[in-house]
Every structure is written in C-alpha cells, then in structure tokens.
Design a binder for this molecule. Structure first.
Ligand code: SF4
Ligand code: SF4
Ligand code: SF4
Length: 177
C-alpha cells in the first residue's frame, strides 16, 4: 500500500477551505499550518498563466527528514506515510532543515509537526479532512499500489508533475496539469 495525493491545478480556486479544515481537524495552533495554497504566475503579457495549488508534506518515499532524525521520531508508517512521534521529538529542527518542501514547523509545545495524510481518518475509512471539504473536488487521495483506486485512474488519464524532483526524495504528491 502506498498512499499519495493528487492536486488538480486546473480546478483549485485557492479558496483555502483545505487549510481551514486541516487546522480544525488537527488542532493546528493559530499562526501555523500543515497545508497552504501557492499561486504561481508565468508568461508575459498578454500570454499570462496562473497556477494555483494546495501543498503539504509529500510523504516522500526517500525522505531526508526520516534519515536525519536522531531519535527516530520521524518515521515511515501506515501506507508509507511519514509521521512524527511527538513524545520522541526533541525539537532539534534537523528535519525542518532537511525538507526541500518546507513542510514542517515547530509546534509551540516543542515538537515538530506536519501533515499526517490524516491517517486517523483514513484508518476509519474516511478521506483526509482537506479532501473531504474541497468545494471543487480537486484533491484525490488513495493507494497508488492499487490500480483500481480513483487516484491511480486519475494518474493514468492525466498529465502531472511532482515538485523539486531533483531533490531525489521521490515525493508522493502529484500535481495534475
Ligand atoms: Fe484549492 Fe480545494 Fe483547497 Fe480550495 S479547498 S484552495 S479549491 S484545494
Ligand atoms: Fe519529509 Fe519534507 Fe518529504 Fe514531508 S515533504 S516527507 S517533511 S522531506
Ligand atoms: Fe491536513 Fe490531513 Fe490534509 Fe494533511 S491530509 S493537509 S493533515 S487535512
């Protein structure tokens, strides 16, 4: 099983409902976030293009954050997710420095936190909170090892890109383009 997410950049309107849902579902402290929205402008007038995308931890298959964690707090877990065991984290920040996607933050309580792919919901058969609330249905979550999953079907039909592939982390967020 290999959990991943696809984000349809053609359908994301940048409303940030995914950000608010994540903060509510996961008790993210005010002023911090596990997901965020990026707007990228490209081209020259009058041929201008704008891409909007919802970003979060890539749950990388080859993640530097797991490799560099001195206590084993950052680890691979259910379905290949990358998680942090809060009570094992000493807040040294090595993982934050190693992540090419700037996906982690230090929680005011002293441990490092980030997107969990909402595994607590997924284990109950529910989609991640951000996926559940997206009004344009542009977020797809699923198992890329299962060729019948909706996510696998979408990735078969659509063109996609992954961010900073040159970092060699083998990220598991797919941006549909
Ligand atoms: Fe984009 Fe959906 Fe997030 Fe709104 S809720 S910003 S449409 S991903
Ligand atoms: Fe680690 Fe960053 Fe990859 Fe998430 S995106 S698994 S925090 S390296
Ligand atoms: Fe937040 Fe869960 Fe979405 Fe990750 S999967 S960004 S933890 S709501």
């Amino acid at each position: 099983m290999r959990f991943a997410m696809a984000i349809d950049t053609k359908k994301c309107v940048g409303c940030s409902d995914c950000v608010v849902a994540c903060q509510t579902e996961n008790n993210v402290p005010i002023g911090y976030c596990r997901d965020w929205v990026v707007e990228v402008n490209d081209g020259t007038y009058p041929q201008l293009e704008m891409e909007i995308r919802s970003e979060r931890c890539n749950h990388c298959t080859n993640s530097p954050c797991v490799r560099c964690c001195p206590t084993g707090a950052s680890h691979y877990d259910y379905g290949g997710t990358v998680l942090v065991t809060a009570h094992k984290c000493i807040g040294c920040g090595a993982c934050i420095a190693s992540c090419p996607y700037d996906a982690r933050y230090t929680h005011p309580k002293g441990y490092v936190d980030k997107c969990t792919f909402c595994v607590h919901r997924v284990k109950d058969g529910l989609p991640p909170a951000c996926v559940a609330v997206c009004p344009t249905k542009c977020l797809y979550f699923g198992d890329t090892d299962d060729p019948r999953s909706e996510l696998s079907q979408v990735l078969k039909k659509r063109k996609f890109k992954r961010l900073i592939p040159e970092a060699g982390t083998n990220p598991n967020l797919y941006f549909l383009i």
